[in-house]
Structure formats: C-alpha cells, structure tokens
Design a protein around this ligand. Sequence first.
Ligand SMILES: Nc1nc2c(ncn2[C@@H]2O[C@H](COP(=O)(O)OP(=O)(O)O)[C@@H](O)[C@H]2O)c(=O)[nH]1
Ligand SMILES: [Mg+2]
Length: 319
Amino acid sequence: MTSPLAQRVLDGEHRAAARLMRLADDGAPAARQALTELFPHTGNAYILGVTGNPGSGKSTLVNRLIKSFRATGSTVGCIAVDPTSPFSGGAILGDRVRMQEHADDPGVFIRSVATRGHLGGLSRSTPAMIQIFDAMGFDVIIVETVGVGQDEVDIVRFADTSLVVLVPGLGDDIQADKAGLMEIADIFVLNKADRPGIKRLEREVRTMLSLHRAAADGQTTRPPICLTTAATGDGLPLLVEAIDDHRQSLQRQDRRQRSLTQQAHLIRAIARTELEILFEETATAPQFSALVADVVDGTTDPFTAADAFLAALLRRNDV
Ligand SMILES: Nc1nc2c(ncn2[C@@H]2O[C@H](COP(=O)(O)OP(=O)(O)O)[C@@H](O)[C@H]2O)c(=O)[nH]1
Ligand SMILES: [Mg+2]
C-alpha cells in the first residue's frame, strides 16, 4: 500500500514533492514512511554533484548545464545546498532569479535549501530530495554544495559524476585540497576563466594532480580539466562533453559494485547528519546543564559526564 503522499510524488506532482521535502527537513515520521515507499522506485536518475567555494559560480554553471540537459530532452531536478541563511544571504536570492527562468518548464524542478544553522554542511533534506527527484522520474539530478563538511563530501561521493569548481585568484594553496576534494573530482572545472590568474591555476591543478594521483594506488586515469566562463557560456560545450564521457565510462563498470560504494556514502551522510542533530538536541537539553553543574560541583567528572551524555544520545533521550 502506497500512502497518498508517496503516490502523488510518484505521479510527478511538484507540490506533493515540495511538501514531502519540507516534512523530511523537519524529520517528520510521515516523511520517513513516504521515503521508504519511494525507495523501490529510485536508482534510475543520473546524479551530478557540483562542489566549490561560495561565489565560485556553481549556480551560474548549473543553470547552463540545466539548459544543455533540457536541449537533449532530459528532465532535471536540481538541489542547491547553500551555507547562508535564506534571510541574510544573497546567494539564495540569486538562485531564485535563476529559477524564474525555468518556472514554466515542468521538466525542471529546482530547490534551494539553506543548511541548518550551526549544524553546517549538508541540509538534512538533501538525501531525501535526491530520492524524491529520483522517484518522480527525473532523468538528471544536480546537487550543488560547498563541500565543507564530511557529510557533504559523502553526498558528493554518492553522485555518479562529481565536478569540483575552482576559481583563480584565491591564493596558491589550492582550494580543493581542503576536505579531500582533490580525490572526489571526476572533472575539474576552472571557472571564471575570464579572470587573471587562470593559467596559473591550471598549472597548479595539473601539478597537484600529478603528485596526488601518482601517489594513489591504481589511479591510472586523471580527471579532465575544463576551463569555463559560466557567465558567458564559454567552455561549456567541452565541459558537457567531459560529463558525457564520464557518464559513458560508468556504464562500463560493475553496476552492483558501484551501487555498494555509492549507497555506503549515502548512508554515512544520512547517519552523520542525524547524529549531529541528536548531538545538538542532547547538548541543549536542560538536563545537560544539570550534568555540567554536577561536574563543576565535583559530584562527577567530565569523562563520566560525557559517557552519560553519549548514553542519553544513543537512547535518543535527554541526558
Ligand atoms: N567574471 C566571472 N564571473 C562569474 C562567472 N561565473 C559566475 N560569475 C559570477 O560570480 C558570482 C557568483 O556566482 P554564483 O553562480 O552565485 O556562485 P555560487 O555561490 O558558487 O553558486 C555571480 O555574480 C556570477 O555572476 C565567470 O565565469 N566569470
Ligand atoms: Mg549557488
């Protein structure tokens, strides 16, 4: 038996999908039920991750990629995970403007989500959104993230193809080196190629790739490097070709083995996010303050208190 909400999502209703995404973000039990029902209908979409610093031009790039996928008849679901609050940030506002462009196209569904306050990294609903888009039958799902937290890196690893976006002029310690982004890139996108410093950035990436990938066992292929100016569309055809090539190469791999690796990353991302949420809930419960007072008063010590904290967290109780 499929619940009415899950059924409406399967029927491709955008409003039902938006509702389920909101429920998932709140951790509502109804969302969990619906997602369980949707899972058997997933696994068909091609998932493209786009990671890079805020302001590197990811959304501009994604907008161009959406157009290119649409031109070949593919439908596209897009999730932009943004670190800024919807109230303070111009980034989401910018995304809204971009979304307007596709507002009349039922073959495009864009969701912009702010990451949850201090939890940082991935929004709780991102894995749910991917599953919902997949079950709705979207051919392509694009996930835009800044890739800062481990949970975000896990999500990027869950993608079929991962683009890492770099821009010139941010100093010589390569931006991708943080959080191991170097290892996750299937394709490097050097965006803002109209800016000074692009040649230097390209040299740095090439040098680093030869060091990194030479060190990594069995890593025989180097990811392609694509220079783009997302603002004008320069370099986009070559990027689209590189994405296509990577997508083709996936079809030659062992499907089950790839699924095992991908699902492991997805489960880790979901569990890590839930753990962070539980941690924060436990640490802000009134009983936690009492525990702290016990340590200060010498009734207990910090190690015993931390044990009690963890026990409460794993019971999903207050301290
Ligand atoms: N000069 C230049 N600016 C760009 C390029 N691509 C994007 N931008 C600008 O960079 C800013 C941030 O772009 P956005 O797509 O929102 O970046 P995001 O935060 O990574 O999603 C915007 O003002 C864009 O117009 C580019 O190729 N060259
Ligand atoms: Mg953006």
